[in-house]
Design a protein around this ligand. Structure first.
Ligand code: C2E
Ligand code: CA
Ligand code: CA
Length: 424
């Protein structure tokens, strides 16, 4: 039986690198470090026992070894991570070896009477070009490996400075969430939801903005995923909800009555067991009738349906409605609709973009409309930008739209002016 217990470990690797980088006769001789991490290894672990897993990792180690030139140094860093210091002198050869390792890893492996398919993500860095010392070499090779993971796994990449700039910006943004909340750097804009028949504004979608003191305005598509990753989404999401409910109530008090306040919530928020309680609390604080509120959820793979369903049900029992956002771009949409009981479908702007010219998009939109009718769901078309699109939509069963054609998202006072005008 193959075993990993005799292989060099992390400490051994460090010593090996130290000796290579310090005692080399030519201080600028190339030393490459490759870091390899298996993809979706957790799924694999669920299929086998602990003993089997160790044995399988030894097989993986062996196929990495087979892909490397003889007398390369290979270490097992624990779990599903390996490192290679190949016996090579040229950058092009290192690249070839990285490619061969990935190919070898991706080959199906016979194990315990099964065909196991597993792939790896590989990052590498070259001393002295990509790193000044052992620490940087390890850090940068690991950063390249993580970069490969984010790009979709099963591949290899050499470290580039842009990767570290990306990571630096990301780390900075995450550490700035706290001060941003304290110093009120977040604000909301509102985009009107407009009735196709009357052109009147019937609803408002709250969209979050971050005015960063150094980077200026940061788009939500950049910082929301970081807030989700770091857990700040709970505090930020709560701020959004409270602020939006307060704004909406202020409008009601001024006699500005809309049917709906739409607020985006992240799946990560919904997975917290006290989510429903927090939403109800925000409504109560703002003295807002829950029937005005519609929470928009983007369909996503990571939706743990049994976990979030009770939260949704509790809120729906209080009259809060739910919309499925960006409909048609994710997958599992139909399953979500059936299981969760949504109230509204928001057709993604990608479908509206080519609606005049793309016959397939027309067919898809028509079938969404048909389905919505039978399931008695409301429909909002997003991303309506042109007069032609507006006129096309007038001839369909779509009753409400959102888009630059009516108005982009605007600050609160501008939005109030828009409503006072009544129609767009
Ligand atoms: P979304 O919920 O689909 O919001 C609509 C996005 O489309 C907004 O981008 C809006 O500015 C943009 N948009 C509106 N009309 C048009 C149009 O006619 N054409 C085009 N091309 N775009 C249009 P924004 O504000 O950058 O927001 C991006 C996404 O960030 C949102 O997509 C939403 O998923 C997320 N987001 C925004 N605010 C929040 C929030 O408070 N919480 C959470 N969890 N996510 C938020
Ligand atoms: Ca939305
Ligand atoms: Ca959307």
């Amino acid at each position: 039986m193959l075993s990993l217990s005799q292989w060099p470990k992390r400490d051994d690797l460090y010593k090996h690198l130290d000796s290579l980088l310090s005692t080399s006769a030519d201080p600028l001789a190339l030393t490459a470090l490759l870091i390899i991490n298996l993809d979706n290894f957790r799924d694999f672990c669920e299929l086998f026992e602990y003993r089997d897993i160790e044995e399988f990792l030894a097989i993986v180690g062996q196929s990495i070894k087979d892909a490397c030139p003889e007398s390369s140094y290979i270490a097992w860093l624990g779990s599903d991570e390996f490192a290679v210091v190949p016996a090579l002198q040229a950058a092009a050869e290192v690249k070839e070896t990285a490619e061969t390792i990935c190919q070898k890893l991706a080959e199906a492996k016979e194990f315990r009477d099964r065909q196991v398919h597993i792939t790896g993500s590989l990052g590498y860095a070259l001393f002295p070009y990509d790193a000044r010392d052992r620490y940087e070499l390890i850090r940068n090779a690991t950063m390249a490996m993580n970069w490969v993971k984010k790009q979709g796994k099963n591949g290899f990449a050499r470290f580039e400075p842009a990767m570290s700039q990306q990571v630096n910006r990301k780390m900075k943004l995450i550490s700035d969430f706290g001060p941003a909340l304290e110093q009120q750097q977040f604000r909301l804009q509102y985009q009107p939801q407009v009735s196709v028949a009357s052109r009147a504004i019937v609803g408002a979608e709250a969209l979050l903005r971050w005015q960063h003191p150094e980077y200026n305005l940061i788009p939500p598509l950049e910082f929301i995923p970081l807030a989700e990753e770091s857990g700040y989404i709970h505090q930020i999401g709560e701020w959004v909800l409270c602020q939006a409910c307060r704004d909406f109530n202020t409008w009601l008090e001024k006699g500005i009555v809309l049917e709906r306040l739409a607020v985006n919530v992240s799946i990560v928020q919904l997975q917290k067991p006290d989510f429903a309680k927090r939403v109800l609390h925000a409504l109560e604080e703002a003295r807002l009738d829950p029937a005005y509120l519609e929470l928009e959820i983007t369909e996503s793979q990571s939706m743990d349906l049994p976990k979030v369903k009770p939260q949704i049900e509790q809120l729906r029992n209080h009259g809060v409605r739910f919309a499925i956002d960006d409909f048609g771009t994710g997958f599992a949409s139909l399953n979500h609709l059936r299981y969760m009981g949504f109230d509204t479908i928001k057709i993604d702007k990608a479908y509206i973009h080519n609606i005049l010219t793309n016959n397939r998009d027309q067919v898809i939109v028509n079938s969404i409309l048909n389905m919505a009718k039978h399931l008695q769901l409301g429909i909002i078309a997003e991303g309506v930008e042109t007069d032609d699109q507006w006129r096309y939509i007038q001839q369909t069963a779509i009753k409400e739209v959102q888009g630059y054609y009516c108005s982009p998202p605007v600050d609160r006072p501008v939005f109030e002016d828009l409503i006072r005008k009544k129609c767009l």
